[in-house]
Design a protein around this ligand. Structure first.
Ligand code: MD3
Ligand code: FE
Length: 203
């Protein structure tokens, strides 16, 4: 099922289901090399979602700011390679949405437990925001908030569940968005967790 949800954005419900197990095995392999950690914002708050990365660049935040960097600040080593399963899924989803040939170089992996949230923000740390972002939801469902180019624009709420994929490009690429506090629950494969992959062209 495909749903155009804003100009340039396409929701593909269940698109990742056939590959969910391969994606989760790859997440586990990434987290063995670069463990999930809760990062600190420039304002000094510890984020409630835990994060890790894979690919040539990883998104990080600390007291100095937000940025992409080639090394994991915890280990000083390069981030793990982007798993083939991530690349293939991103390419296939982007093609469905009208962005053929999408070749991500970075994936931020977010892990939410009940109570964790992500406040309304824009993604603009990427060098070229004309590339789309492919996001994959796994595990517990979440309520996604989607606003407009201004922080004060009205927001819509959309439920995102296990296997749902959204491709964000074109006019929606710089819209504000966030995740409401995750509700308590138990997913058959992931237990009390939601995992989100955001596949990007960062550099
Ligand atoms: C809309 N992650 O990591 S994915 C993020 O579920 C982030 O963890 C959320 O926002 C999560 O930055 C939401 C959906 C998403 C990702 C990127 C977008 C929506 C977007 C970029 C532009 C517009
Ligand atoms: Fe975001």
């Amino acid at each position: 099922a495909r749903e155009a949800f804003a100009p340039g954005a396409l929701l593909l419900r269940g698109f990742a289901l056939p590959r969910a197990e391969a994606l989760l095995a790859a997440v586990e392999a990434v987290a063995e090399i670069a463990p999930f950690r809760r990062m600190v914002t420039p304002g000094g708050f510890t984020m409630s979602a835990a994060m890790t990365n894979c690919g040539t660049a990883g998104w990080v935040t600390d007291r100095r700011g937000y940025r992409y960097q080639a090394e994991d600040p915890e280990s000083g080593r390069p981030w793990p390679d982007l798993p083939e399963a991530f690349r293939e899924l991103a390419e296939a989803a982007a093609a469905e949405a009208g962005y053929p040939g999408f070749a991500p170089d970075a994936c931020l992996v977010n892990r939410y437990e009940p109570g964790a949230r992500l406040s309304l923000h824009q993604d603009r740390d990427e060098r070229d925001t004309s590339y789309p972002i492919v996001s994959v939801s796994l595990g517990l469902p979440a309520t996604f908030q989607f606003g407009g180019p201004k922080r004060s624009d009205p927001v819509r709420k959309i439920a995102l569940g296990h296997g749902d994929v959204v491709v964000w490009g074109g006019a929606s690429r710089l819209n504000h968005h966030g995740i409401l506090a995750l509700k308590e629950g138990a997913h058959p494969r992931l237990g009390r967790q939601r995992i989100n992959l955001t596949l990007r062209r960062a550099l």
